[in-house]
Each structure stands twice: as C-alpha cells, then as structure tokens.
Design a protein around this ligand. Structure first.
Ligand code: HEC
Ligand code: HEC
Length: 225
C-alpha cells in the first residue's frame, strides 16, 4: 500500500512538473505564421517569394528546411558566428528580434515546393495554376560520377543527412537534395577552411578532393527527395 501511494505521489509530481515545462515553453515560443509571412516579404527580395532561393544558389533555398535548423542559422547570423555580408542588414536585433525568429522559421519550413508539375484540375483559374507552377522547383543535374557519389554519400553523410539526402527534421539536420549545388559547394569550402562550423569537418571536408565533392553533388542533384 505504501509503495502504491508513493508511486501515485511521484507520478502526480512528475506530471505537474511536465505540464509546467510545457506551459512555460509555449509561453516563450510564440509562433505566428501571419507574422512569419510578413517578415518573409523582406527575405523574398533574395530568397524568393516561396523561399525557393535564386541566382543559381547565390541565395539558398529556405522552403521546407527544418524549423529548428532555420532558427539556429538565423541566430548564428545574428551572433556573427556565421558570417555573411548580404544577410547582415537583415539578421540583427532591430530587424529580426529573437522573439520573431520562430515565426519566420515556422513559416518558411511549412512551404512545400514540388519537383514535378502536378496535374491541373479543370476548375482552376489561370492564376491558381500559375501559383502552383511557381512552386515547382528543380535542381539542374550536375555532371559527375553518380555511382561513386552515392557510395561516398552513404558512407560519410547519410547517417546524419538521411536517406537520399532528405535531411532529418527531428535532429534539425538540413536536407541536401533540393538545395542548390553551387551553394552547397561554397558551404563545403567554408567548412573545410573553418569559416563555418560543421561537425567533424576536419575528417569530412579538409581532405576531400574536388572530384569527390563533384561526385557527391552529382548524386544529390539527381536524387529526388
Ligand atoms: C540581400 C539578400 C538577402 C536577404 C534580404 C536575406 N538573405 Fe538570407 N541569405 C543570403 C545569402 C547570400 C545567404 C547565403 C550565405 C552563405 O553563402 O553562407 C543567405 C543564407 C540564409 C540562410 C541559411 C540557409 C541554409 O541553408 O543554411 C537562412 C536561414 C537565411 N538566409 C534566412 C533569411 C531570412 C529569414 C531573411 C529575412 C529576414 C533573409 N535570409 C534575408 C542573402 C539574403
Ligand atoms: C555527424 C553528422 C553529420 C555528418 C556525418 C555530415 N553532416 Fe553535413 N551537416 C550536419 C549538420 C548538423 C548540419 C547543420 C550545421 C549547422 O548547424 O550549421 C550540416 C550541414 C551541412 C551542409 C550545409 C547545408 C545548408 O543548407 O547550408 C552541407 C552542404 C553539408 N552538411 C554537407 C555534408 C556532406 C557532403 C557530408 C558527407 C561528406 C556531411 N554533410 C556529413 C551534420 C552532418
């Protein structure tokens, strides 16, 4: 009897603290998708209206990236731990206060781009079709040894970046398919020379040959997510 009541007491205690944690975290993180959409009007000047990026990867794709990853990168830009001149005027406390970050990250994360033109429904207006067509997004295929690239990817990258480069939302690891090749190559150069942080970058990138990078990128460029 004693044991049971102690158990009940502790479960009640555990439950109430769990509920406390939940309520404090929801109090702090206030996600407002309308606000996110409004903030994105500024970002769209470079990253595109649907976060599809542009200029062949000078501006990376943001649509559909994990929410936590987007928020973490914005914080890194704000703290100048990730340095980038074009982002600077937008990633500072005045333009993007910390409390707004979860909203813009959530807004961008839920935008779904597709790599195939969907079938149009007869009842759709030309404008509705145009809106859908704008969300069709494809990475140009890159020349390279795709088979070798796949082997390298599976051995060195898949554990974290997921099968077929699809990323892992639960660990906030970004997808590598559906991201611009040129942008990723630039990031890899930055990882290799320590300008941007990446786990195990010495083992993964410092010794990596240009042909290996080309092969991995060629594989990712033909891999559907
Ligand atoms: C003037 C152009 C410009 C504007 C406006 C801009 N960005 Fe960027 N952004 C860039 C560039 C360039 C990069 C790539 C940095 C690099 O090469 O490392 C980038 C990178 C990013 C990344 C990193 C993506 C990744 O895959 O790691 C995020 C997140 C981001 N921007 C979010 C935003 C948000 C949110 C806004 C609006 C508040 C915004 N940007 C406005 C130019 C811009
Ligand atoms: C141990 C886990 C892990 C491994 C292994 C790994 N990555 Fe990553 N990678 C990450 C994480 C986490 C990030 C996000 C880093 C950050 O928070 O800034 C990342 C970021 C990247 C980015 C930047 C994406 C963007 O949108 O800016 C590229 C490109 C990348 N990794 C390529 C690779 C390649 C290629 C390999 C294999 C050779 C690899 N990674 C292996 C965990 C890993």
């Amino acid at each position: 009897m004693f044991k049971v009541s102690v158990f009940i007491f502790f479960s009640f205690f555990a439950l109430s603290t769990f509920a406390d944690t939940l309520s404090t975290s929801t109090d702090k993180i206030n996600i407002d998708l309308d606000l996110g959409e409004e903030i994105n009007e500024v970002c769209a000047g470079c990253h595109g209206e649907y976060g599809q990026g542009g200029k062949n990867g000078e501006y990376p794709r943001l649509a559909g990236l994990p929410e936590g990853y987007l928020a973490a990168q914005l914080k890194l830009f704000k703290d100048e731990k990730r340095k980038n001149m074009p982002m600077r005027p937008y990633a500072n406390e005045r333009e993007l206060p910390d409390e707004d970050i979860p909203s813009v990250a959530a807004y961008l994360s839920q935008i779904k781009l597709t790599n195939q033109m969907p079938e149009f429904d007869e009842t759709m207006t030309a404008y509705e079709k145009l809106l859908i067509a704008k969300k069709v997004f494809n990475i140009p295929k890159l020349e390279g040894d795709i088979e070798w690239g796949k082997e390298l990817y599976v051995d060195d990258c898949q554990l974290c970046h997921g099968k077929n480069g699809a990323g892992k939302d639960e660990s906030d690891t970004p997808p590598l398919t559906g991201q611009y090749t040129q942008y990723m190559m630039k990031q890899i150069r930055q990882f290799a020379n320590g300008e941007r942080w990446h786990e195990y970058s010495d083992a993964l990138f410092e010794e990596m040959e240009a042909e290996e990078i080309q092969a991995i990128m060629a594989y990712l460029s033909i891999t559907d997510d």
